[in-house]
Design a binder for this molecule. Structure first.
Ligand code: ADP
Ligand code: ZN
Length: 523
């Protein structure tokens, strides 16, 4: 960057925003965009993406247009900017016609530094004409991963944003996101016609977050233990898959003396907004929510993020856990996961309306998530590897702190797989494990499964242990669950090599939950 731009940028950072220095790649990004370059910015949540377009917008002539799907946050963003003297406004469906007219006039006459617009508004002929008739400093496309059809936040309006390049070829564009694996990154560049843009990829490591994933036995009780032993008095977020579970879990926590609020899309809007506001304002408060909660939420002192259900992908997991510890102080990402989660997520993919190709993508993403759950090595390494970053064992995750014991599980795996085969691949987990353990259930007698050669060959292991092995069998792809047929277990092609003894299997030893040391939480 030219030194003029550089010193101008630093001056604005200090005098307008009140920060002494740029962080990470901010200075490079600001310089590049301020001098008219296009950029694709990948920075983790809390990394400081906003300044990357706000400062160039102030340095360049004209108004900076920020495209964001987060309508609910625009007012806050504009207010925060007004507080430091930046002239900002927004255009979205929540405002009156008079307000719209006023903002449009301000854009046209150059009275604004920044204007936030929702993508569907931007695409209207009226809005495009307004911008063509105005002096535009830059376009910032926030939450750019929304353009990805494979992503978890797909917004169809984002696809049409490529029009910006066609209609405003001279205006620099900066696309920003906190979450994108390599495939998504390439898709963003392609769909937004940003192939020639410079990419700024920050490290995705959040060293202050301690990751742990535990075996689910009684999720709610484990959650309560976790909060009371490691985070009593702290604020946190608990993610659940269903609205019902959100309500129940919030109630359970309240009954157990922990101040908790529910949040999900099925709640009345006013109630939801009120809960969100309380969470942002109060201390010592837990938000129990579906993934509808959190995008763009900036509460710096969230000390823990818990998952009571398995996320669909590592991107989702990373984004949700990333809401912990934005202030840089120690924080926890804790998850309880069990066989039921795997079964449920697989079923959701199988039963979705998506085409085969899309189902395959979803399935690959789920596999990566399962790989993270079942890993014998450092969780952080697995996470960062997924985002294409190399690293070494971190010393701040459960597998580093209490290394899991692994064992040669070839024989038990063979026992499990052959039992599934012997019962005709027509029975669900409970029955298969009963056969393995030599149980005397009515069903076993009815089907004469006590006559099978595999009956009782696994009586040396507990039901819990067999469930853990089965879970890994599913995660490793040896077994699938057929939801069309009463959740019966079926073998895949991959099972053959194990059964024939051509492939060894290393398994994670089932461990009774152990309590790691308390994460020291700063006060
Ligand atoms: P993101 O959009 O990447 O999640 P934000 O732009 O909201 O992150 O920034 C996260 C927090 O970090 C904000 O509170 C912001 O004011 C602060 N911040 C950003 N850049 C700097 C900096 N250079 N120095 C100090 N604080 C910063
Ligand atoms: Zn680690």
């Amino acid at each position: 960057m030219t030194s003029d731009i550089g010193s101008g940028a630093l001056h604005l950072l200090q005098t307008v925003f009140g920060y002494p220095a740029f962080r990470g790649q901010q200075a490079d990004i600001v310089g590049h965009v301020a001098s008219g370059g296009d950029a694709l910015v990948l920075m983790p949540t809390g990394g400081g993406k906003s300044l990357c377009y706000q400062i160039p917008a102030l340095l360049r002539d004209g108004v900076g247009v920020v495209i964001s799907p987060l309508i609910a946050l625009m007012q806050d963003q504009v207010d925060a900017l007004a507080e430091v003297g930046v002239r900002a406004a927004f255009l979205n469906s929540t405002q009156s016609f008079d307000e719209t007219l006023r903002v449009e006039r301000q854009v046209r006459t150059g009275e604004l530094d920044l204007v936030y617009v929702a993508p569907e508004r931007l695409m209207t002929p009226r809005c495009l004409e307004l911008f063509e008739a105005s002096n535009i400093a830059l376009f910032a496309i926030d939450e750019a991963h929304c353009v990805s059809q494979w992503g978890h936040d797909f917004r169809p309006e984002y696809i049409r944003l490529s029009i910006l390049h066609e209609r405003f070829p001279q205006v620099p564009r900066i696309a920003l996101t906190a979450t994108a694996d390599r495939m998504t990154r390439a898709e963003i560049a392609h769909r937004l016609q940003l192939e020639d843009a410079r990419q700024f990829v920050s490290s995705f490591d959040r060293p202050n977050i301690r990751y742990s994933i535990v075996e689910k036995t009684n999720g709610r009780k484990q959650l309560l233990d976790f909060i009371t032993t490691e985070h009593s008095g702290d604020s946190g977020i608990v993610y659940c898959l269903s609205r019902k579970k959100v309500e129940e879990t919030a109630e359970f926590l309240n009954e157990s003396g922990i101040k908790a609020l529910p949040y999900h899309a099925g709640m009345e809007h006013a109630k939801r907004a009120a809960n969100q506001a309380r969470f942002l304002r109060e201390e010592n408060i837990v938000m129990v929510a579906t993934i509808a909660f959190g995008m763009g939420i900036d509460k710096p002192d969230v000390r823990f993020v818990c998952h009571l259900d398995l996320p669909k992908s590592i991107e989702g997991y990373y984004q949700e856990t990333g809401r912990a510890g934005r202030d840089g102080m120690p924080a926890s990402a804790w998850m309880a996961y069990g066989l039921q989660d795997v079964v449920l997520q697989r079923r959701m993919i199988d039963e979705s309306e998506a085409d085969e190709n899309f189902k395959r993508v979803l399935s690959t993403k789920l596999d990566a998530m399962l790989g993270l759950c079942e890993t014998l090595s450092c969780r952080r390494m697995r996470l960062l590897e997924y985002f294409g970053e190399g690293s070494s064992p971190c010393g701040n995750c459960d597998t580093c702190l209490v290394p899991p014991v692994s064992f040669d599980g070839t024989v038990p795996m063979q026992k499990l797989l052959s039992t599934i085969y012997r019962v005709g691949q027509r029975f669900a987990a409970g029955h298969v494990i009963d056969v393995l353990r030599g149980a005397e259930s009515e069903r076993i007698m009815q089907w004469h499964h006590d006559k099978l050669s595999v009956y009782g060959v696994g009586s040396d292991r507990s039901e819990q242990e067999w469930r853990a092995i089965l879970r890994q069998a599913i995660a490793l792809g040896f077994v699938t669950v057929d939801h069309e047929a009463f959740s019966s277990l079926k073998l895949t092609e991959l099972a053959r090599a194990v059964l024939k003894g051509e492939q060894k299997v290393q398994l994670r030893q089932y461990q009774k939950p152990v309590k790691p040391k308390r994460v020291s939480s700063p006060r």
